[in-house]
Ligand binder design. Structure first.
Ligand SMILES: Cc1ncc(COP(=O)(O)O)c(C=O)c1O
Length: 341
């Protein structure tokens, strides 16, 4: 797809492009061979993120999918099982990597409307010690999940419960900074109770690539081995890590604007008579009548707006879609001639 034809891309926050400042940081990065552990910028990013989140170690990955998979493989052995939400990225949208590459069995569980998985449901899913069952090793959660922030009290209870049952806990925090900004908490509070956390730099934070996995020294040693086996050992990766450091230093606070823009967009859509719940962060959903999805998609495209239009359409705000562009998008929705609401 030739995206240069489109001014506004609301498909995801992954579409953000590196800003001039970020590009300058990348161009000026000191580099070395990171497979040897020699890249000073990667090392700086890892130390910075580990310290900020209060973990012993951090490890830089090319993507969130790879970081999550290496974490699952570090926690679970062949034939083990992890508990995960039906809606979770690590279950539904990572190509089945845990099963196919990790030999780890997912046990998917329904998510509640707020994105959590009820503790009762988790309790029932933990398998007894019996040769008929895959040993349940890990609980994997996601925050934010579909733009929803996991309730902190739930996080406290569910991680304590998992540990009581001898389960490890992993958090897919691809958009954890959205939750941090929304809750107004610090990084350490946001990850309390998790044994490992994967944080993406390439979503709302605007870096072109990169995720960081956090964990204990032992877990990260194990994850480093799996990263290599998965083909994820990068050499002069400091050019990417520099973008990540820049993102953490400059692009966390602006997430609040993305949240305000998502709320503004949802309100505008509701004023048109469309159904769109107030979003908690930068992801909103709007119901579109099935009969209109194709024509609406075309209408938006003709106005330079990219969106994945479905009966439940997800729209995502980000750094490259400031308020002026949201206004243009709202105007395009308003001008659509075929609403029959
Ligand atoms: C919640 C969540 N987790 C993980 C990922 C995977 O990240 P990546 O695309 O870098 O592999 C994504 C990607 O969109 C995501 O939305």
């Amino acid at each position: 797809m030739d995206v240069s034809r489109y001014d506004i891309d609301l498909r995801s926050d992954t579409v953000t492009r590196p800003s001039p400042g970020m590009r300058a940081a990348m161009a000026g990065a000191d580099v070395g061979d990171d497979v040897y552990g020699d890249d000073p910028t990667v090392n700086r990013l890892q130390a910075f993120v580990a310290e900020r989140f209060g973990f012993e170690r951090a490890l830089f990955f090319a993507s969130g999918t790879q970081s999550n998979l290496a974490a699952l493989m570090a926690h679970c052995g062949r034939g083990d099982e992890y508990l995960v939400g039906q809606e979770a990225h690590t279950y539904s949208y990572e190509g089945g990597g845990a099963a196919t590459l990790g030999s780890i069995q997912p046990q998917p569980l329904d998510n509640e409307p707020d994105g959590s998985i009820s503790i009762g449901r988790i309790a029932k899913a933990i398998k007894p010690h019996d040769i008929h069952f895959a040993p349940t090793r890990l609980l994997a959660l996601e925050n934010t999940i579909g733009g929803r922030v996991l309730p902190p009290e739930y996080q406290r209870q569910v991680t304590a419960f998992a540990h009581e049952k001898n389960l490890r806990t992993h958090l897919d925090g691809a958009r954890l900074f959205n939750a941090i900004v929304k809750l107004g908490v610090d990084e350490r509070t946001a990850v309390a109770g998790f044994d490992s956390v994967s944080v993406c730099l390439s979503k709302g934070l605007g870096a072109p690539a990169g995720s960081v996995l956090l964990g204990s020294r032992n877990l990260i040693d194990e994850a480093r081995r799996w990263r290599k086996a998965l083909g994820g050992g990068m050499r002069q990766a400091g050019v990417l890590a520099a973008a990540g450091i820049y993102a953490l230093e400059h692009n966390v606070r602006p997430l609040a604007e993305d949240h305000a823009n998502a709320d503004y967009l949802a309100r505008g859509l509701r004023e048109l008579g469309l159904k769109s719940e107030p979003p908690q962060t930068n992801i909103l959903y709007v119901d579109i009548p099935e009969s209109q999805t194709e024509q609406l998609s075309q209408h938006l495209e003709e106005r330079g707006i990219l969106a994945t239009v479905r009966t439940r359409t997800r729209l995502v705000t980000h750094l490259d879609a400031p308020r002026a562009k949201i206004d243009i998008a709202l105007r395009a929705f308003r001008d659509y001639p075929h609403w029959d609401l």
